[in-house]
Design a protein around this ligand. Structure first.
Ligand code: GLA
Length: 399
């Protein structure tokens, strides 16, 4: 994106839409990426997570068509796809438009009547970086279909449908955190999600009052091997619970049901790496709840320590970090102006999340990003992020 387009991406997108489809968009759906503050690899164990929706977004400009056709153009990939709503197939390979096809499919399977669409999508959520670009795309597209057909869909169902598109149509078995954050994130707040009940609570961050910023540091390594390792971790968690269910009277069904007391008493029954995996998930759920407490008390130092403990646990017990993520965190932790740092997202590359004092942002750039670049030769980047609202749909002339 050039500088002007970055300033008003919605205007630039509306102009490209008009050029491509020779008509004005009827609306614009905007969904954010997210950075997870804490609660990693807990969502698929029905545990707790604490993500923040960030000011990196996917925009979908749209206008209804009456012939049941969908034409969708991606500015990023400079590619167009088209399909008929009554005959949607999955395209071979890892193709961006499968997310669009997937959302249309699950909406119709759930009984929602859709109208055809012309649509142009554009985003600035870095892809494959652990910032949930796929969820942002799914949720923006879902917003476009929903508004064009005037459908009422409850926010939780929006998130569940977007997740179903990814799980069942695209074929990636993610949890629910990313889609919930993209739908329900709240400006200046983190979102505590109970991934069992899907209840949410917006937790005030008050970062400005503490003179802090959220800094996302990209290792310059796209997430690699993550799908197979992610599925493997999920299976290890299920196996750990199956073993524990034989020895714990309360018969846990998922790791969410296990307390750290139960685990210490019974972890001798678990062979490694199952004991390590269970230790991470059980400890991480507790760290999320403690983090919320610390944020409520304005105790940012304790929150920072919890972030640090989360990283250690992900690196040593859950084994989803990488040498690059560990280095980025280690460089950040040396700085006085950094309150907390950890890897964020699925792992194996992507980004770290850092809480940095405002006056230390330039020092962070020099002492973390530049030092990391010179040690690894990798194109690291940093983004200073704001916590923003989830899905917004702007209709009509404003689009
Ligand atoms: C990916 C998945 C999420 C979650 C995280 C790990 O981002 O999409 O559902 O499992 O990994 O916390």
């Amino acid at each position: 994106m050039n500088a002007a387009a970055r300033k008003r991406p919605d205007r630039a997108l509306a102009r490209s839409f008009a050029r491509r489809f020779a008509r004005e968009p009827q609306g614009l759906a905007k969904a954010p990426g997210r950075v997870n503050l804490i609660g990693e690899h807990t969502d698929y164990n029905e545990g707790f997570v604490l993500p923040v929706a960030i000011d990196r977004t996917v925009l979908a400009a749209f206008a209804a068509r009456s012939d049941g056709q969908v034409r969708v153009y991606s500015l990023e990939f400079d590619e167009e796809d088209s399909f008929a709503l009554d005959d949607i197939e999955r395209l071979k390979g890892d193709v961006w438009s499968n997310y669009v096809r997937g959302v249309a499919t699950v909406l119709q399977e759930a009984g929602y009547g859709l109208t055809g669409l012309d649509m142009a999508v554009q985003g600035d959520v870095p892809i494959g970086s652990g910032l949930a670009s796929s969820a942002a795309l799914e949720v923006a597209v879902l917003g476009a279909f929903q508004r064009a057909a005037a459908l009422a869909i409850d926010p939780r169902d929006q998130a569940l449908l977007a997740q179903r598109a990814e799980n069942e149509f695209v074929g990636v078995s993610c949890g629910i955190m990313d889609q919930m954050a993209a739908v329900m994130g709240r400006r200046d707040h983190a979102l505590l999600i109970d991934c069992r009940s899907l209840e949410t609570e917006a937790v005030p961050l008050n970062l400005a009052a503490h003179g802090l910023k959220i800094v996302v540091a990209h290792t310059g390594v796209r997430r690699a091997l993550s799908d197979s390792a992610y599925n493997q971790r999920r299976q290890e968690c299920s196996r750990a619970v199956q073993v524990l269910a034989q020895v714990i009277a309360a018969r846990p069904v998922v790791l969410r049901d296990i307390t750290s007391k139960d685990l210490s008493a019974h972890q001798g029954n678990l062979p490694d790496p199952l004991a390590q995996r269970a230790r991470h998930v059980v400890g991480e759920n507790e760290r999320v709840l403690k983090s919320v407490e610390a944020l409520r008390q304005g105790d940012l130092l304790s929150f920072g320590e919890l972030l640090h403990a989360s990283h250690q646990s992900l690196s040593r017990d859950y084994e989803v970090s990488s040498p690059e993520l560990d280095l980025m965190v280690q460089l950040a932790c040396r700085l006085e102006g950094v309150v907390g740092a950890r890897m964020t997202g699925a792992g194996f590359g992507g980004c770290t999340v850092n809480l940095v004092r405002q006056e230390a942002i330039d020092i962070f750039r020099g002492q973390v990003i530049e030092v990391y670049r010179s040690r690894t030769g990798l194109p690291a980047e940093m983004h200073v992020c704001e916590a923003v609202d989830g899905l917004r749909i702007i209709a009509g002339a404003d689009a």
